[in-house]
Ligand binder design. Structure first.
Ligand code: ASP
Ligand code: MG
Length: 406
């Protein structure tokens, strides 16, 4: 007998019917396996957005504290409904909000971090045969204020509970049947992965595959919680996110991630002297703009070119700040391009195989795709290319690295 934590997202509990089928699924699972089950649920789909809209009608900038009081109610609706549905099937069940469990968080409202979870009540309920249903996305500060964990935070609740309860597996039930080698909407030959490492998943997630809240993957990696993503609606084994094993190392790469909404800016003819990079980037970060890739050229004639990428939404603002810096530093000019994308190949296999980068570049060259920027890490190589090449780049790399075949 094992202890499993399940998490059902908003679309899995979006209607009364769907909540009833989740209840049936849980009862079947408990009868079949005898496992102890702790279930974390999201708000019914659309609810968190609906409440956010309501709040905006009250105040242009509602306080984070009140937003937490408001938004945490969405999950409270789902836990009670799911318990009713379970009881209707003859299964005893207990519901808990985050504050009832005592999921203790810090006080950063709307993006709180979990600090501690009390497990005594949950363990006692499991011991008497209950299914325990916990509201996702929320906690309470040590002073007693309600907090939420940021959008998508129920994933993190589930993983944190699994870690605290030393669960054998944390299963995230959602509307896709697993993690794919790339987005099937771009490459129909994309294939579901049976396994992926925590590290690879982090690279894939931060590059735009929006299946899991990134923080939940970090948490799972840190506390070694086997994490499985699978479909609520279709049977299957989903994708297991776990530690690296030999089989995973054998693969050259595991997936291709991409980011559409990128922009790049260049400050050229910058005097090459200490403090320049900081002089350029400090005002950008002070404006709360996140920087991704950074490239500085080797100086010729005591000047250098400095290029970096930002989110496309921050493009105008970044260009404006750079114009000012350009004058201050006596640099030559500012250029920018907001029609670029980032395409990355990801895989732990890269560590033990040489020639991955050159294969990537050759593949893109064969398609006539010009690479504008390159950056690498231990398990990832990213290139910036013109937006119009996104689909072609993803598909040709998918083919070239053998991801299309079994
Ligand atoms: N209900 C919250 C949201 O929509 C949390 C979650 O679903 O994970 O972001
Ligand atoms: Mg989600």
């Amino acid at each position: 007998m094992a202890l499993h934590v399940h998490k059902y997202g908003g679309t899995s509990v979006g209607t009364a019917d769907k909540i009833q089928s989740v209840a049936q699924k849980l009862v079947d699972e408990k009868n079949k396996t005898g496992n102890d089950l702790v279930v974390v649920v999201s708000a019914m789909s659309g609810e968190t957005n609906r409440m956010t809209d309501l709040a905006k009608q009250m105040q242009t900038a509602p306080s984070a504290k009140q937003m937490d009081v408001l938004l945490s109610t969405g999950e409270q609706v789902t836990i009670s409904l799911l318990c009713m549905a379970l009881e209707d099937l003859g299964q005893s069940a207990v519901s808990y909000t985050g504050s009832q469990v005592k999921i203790i968080t810090d006080d950063s409202h709307t993006k709180a971090r979990i600090e501690d979870i009390h497990t005594d009540k949950i363990n006692a309920d499991l011991a008497t045969g209950n299914i325990v249903v916990v509201a996702g996305f929320q906690g309470i500060t040590s002073e007693g204020a309600i907090t939420t964990l940021g959008r998508g935070g129920s994933d993190t609740t589930a993983v944190a509970l699994a870690a605290a309860l030393k669960a054998d597996e944390c299963r995230i039930y959602t509307d896709v049947d697993g993690v794919y080698t790339t987005d099937p909407r771009v490459e129909p030959k994309a294939r579901k992965l049976n396994k992926i490492t925590f590290e690879e998943m982090l690279e894939m997630a931060s590059l735009g595959s929006k299946i899991l809240q990134i923080r939940s993957v970090e948490f799972a990696g840190k506390y070694n919680v086997p994490l499985r993503v699978l479909s609520t609606f279709v049977d299957g084994e989903g994708t297991l996110i776990t530690y690296e094993d030999e089989e995973m190392e054998k693969a050259l790469i595991s997936g291709i991630a991409f980011n559409r909404d990128e922009a790049k800016v260049t400050l050229s003819g910058v005097p090459d002297m200490p403090g320049v990079a900081s002089a350029i980037l400090k005002p950008i970060s002070e404006a709360n703009i996140e920087i991704d890739m950074i490239v500085q050229n080797i100086a010729e004639d005591k000047t250098t070119d400095f290029t970096f990428t930002v989110h496309r939404n921050d493009y105008q603002k970044t260009m404006h700040i750079l114009q000012n810096i350009c004058t201050e530093l006596g640099a030559k000019k500012v250029d920018g391009d907001d029609k670029i994308v980032k395409v990355s190949i990801v895989g732990v296999g890269m560590r033990s195989h040489a020639g991955i980068a050159s294969q990537m570049f050759a593949t893109l060259a064969d398609e006539g795709i010009n690479i504008r920027m390159i950056s690498t890490s231990e398990i990832k190589i990213s290139v910036v290319v013109d937006e119009k090449y996104l689909e072609l780049a993803v598909r040709s790399l998918h083919e070239s690295f053998g991801l299309s075949q079994e």
